[in-house]
Design a protein around this ligand. Structure first.
Ligand code: CA
Ligand code: CA
Length: 230
């Protein structure tokens, strides 16, 4: 393959600058190395265990996550800023966060699996978005991956580990229910899948990336990593 840097020498300066900016954006020349993000509150989430989706890394857009708009559509917007922890959780960040609510919002008759109330989750998901989690794997082995979620149509997610594919696209079955009389509540039918897939993980510190691949319109509460085989 030709060296793209050598080829751009013969182009006009403005085009060189444009090409270099494009290459930088695409990560072809400089991958993000070393990683500039940090674990949420400087504590890596543990595997085996539960990865809380809203406790993604600190470092902001392009480092800890990529979100399709810079606004948090949950904290401070759907949930007005009122000084409460749940309404204002990570209010200045682009990842969209809300929490499960009573009064037949999230504890509604169309849940497949009943959620606990007051649980923070990532929502307003759009294909192409991703979120990073610093994780510490305590034991090498094979792990099942579970997910607590809602999906207003069939969706798909995938996971990377340390910047490399960990899984292909995993189909997330819709929790839409045609009997639902309240349109917006299609986004609040919770379900838990115990094992989307099984992956091999090595003991140590890793970076896990949760990617929204298809459809979006999913809410993610947590990922459960369970050791199934050493
Ligand atoms: Ca957003
Ligand atoms: Ca959560």
């Amino acid at each position: 393959m030709r060296n793209p840097v050598r080829n751009i020498r013969i182009l006009p300066l403005w085009l060189n600058i444009t090409l270099i900016l494009l290459l930088l954006q695409s990560g072809d020349i400089f991958a993000q190395s070393p990683y500039k993000g940090n674990a949420w509150n400087k504590v890596s989430q543990l595997i085996p265990g539960r990865i809380e989706c809203e406790c993604y890394d600190q470092g902001g857009e392009g480092v800890a996550y990529h979100d399709s708009d810079p606004v948090n559509n949950g904290s401070g917007k759907l949930n007005p800023a009122n000084g409460s922890f749940l309404n204002e959780f990570r209010i200045t960040e682009g990842v969209d966060i809300s929490f499960t609510k009573p009064n037949e919002i999230d504890n509604n008759p169309f849940n497949v699996v009943e959620p606990q109330m007051g649980r923070l989750y990532v929502g307003w998901t759009v294909p192409g978005e991703w979120i990073n989690y610093s994780v510490q794997v305590k034991k090498s082995g094979f792990y099942s991956i579970g997910l607590m979620y809602t999906a207003s149509g069939d969706g798909g997610i995938a996971l990377d580990l340390d910047g490399k594919l960990l899984t292909g696209e995993m189909k997330i079955p819709s929790t839409r229910n045609e009997k639902e009389p309240i349109a917006w509540r299609q986004w609040h039918h919770w379900n838990k899948i115990d094992s989307l897939t099984v992956v091999e993980l090595k003991k140590g510190q890793h970076l896990l990336t949760l990617k929204t691949v298809s459809n979006g319109n999913m809410n993610y509460d947590f990922l459960d990593f369970k050791l199934v085989k050493k």
